[in-house]
Design a protein around this ligand. Structure first.
Ligand SMILES: C[S@@+](CC[C@H](N)C(=O)[O-])C[C@H]1O[C@@H](n2cnc3c(N)ncnc32)[C@H](O)[C@@H]1O
Length: 165
């Protein structure tokens, strides 16, 4: 699991995982405890409802969204995690030069997410051409990312930074 791998790599960082499915939230919390990862906290809930309740502003170095939308058909659009409203909350929580990383294997979702991110005036794309990243940003692939890479499926990655204000 990505959050556990990163928590092990970066023991001085604190990690907050938000997971809507109770079974997965419990699994992350149980494994973090089993591995002695005291720098991991887990919230069970819908990220779209949790983020507006988090404080203080400007407190996060990075927010990562890995393959957030398992329901990606058009009729499932209302379940999309990254909406302009959610993004406002993410940007509010990011510190100066804080990063937002998003990856998905669903090309139409990548296109719509890239548009939402590009339209947000307080963040800027780290990719010089304003598009997607060519490589992963760290050496800790998420479960879905590993599956995609092993199957030779494309992964669409984006990294944005909060502008200096
Ligand atoms: C396709 S899985 C990817 C799992 C993992 N992030 C990875 O990359 O292997 C999508 C995950 O996002 C969670 N999820 C979807 N919508 C969510 C939301 N609104 N808030 C919190 N978690 C959500 C799902 O429960 C599921 O665990």
């Amino acid at each position: 699991m990505y959050v556990l791998g990163r928590a092990r790599q970066l023991p001085a960082w604190g990690f907050l995982a938000i997971e809507v499915r109770g079974r997965f939230a419990r699994l992350i919390a149980e494994r973090a405890e089993k591995y002695g990862l005291e720098n991991v906290k887990v919230i069970h809930g819908d990220a779209r409802r949790i983020l507006p309740r988090l404080a203080p502003c400007d407190c996060l170095d990075r927010v990562s969204l890995h393959f957030p939308d398992p329901w990606w058909k058009k009729r499932h659009g209302k379940r999309a995690v990254l909406t302009p409203r959610t993004l406002e909350e993410v940007v509010r929580l990011l510190g100066p030069r804080g990063e937002l990383f998003v990856q998905t294997d669903v090309f139409p979702r990548a296109v719509s997410i890239l548009r939402i991110l590009t339209d947000q005036p307080d963040i800027e794309n780290s990719a010089a051409d304003g598009g997607l990243l060519e490589k992963p940003v760290d050496d800790c692939p998420s479960n879905r990312e590993q599956t995609c890479m092993q199957a030779g499926l494309p992964v669409f990655r984006m990294l944005f930074r909060k502008k200096n204000q």
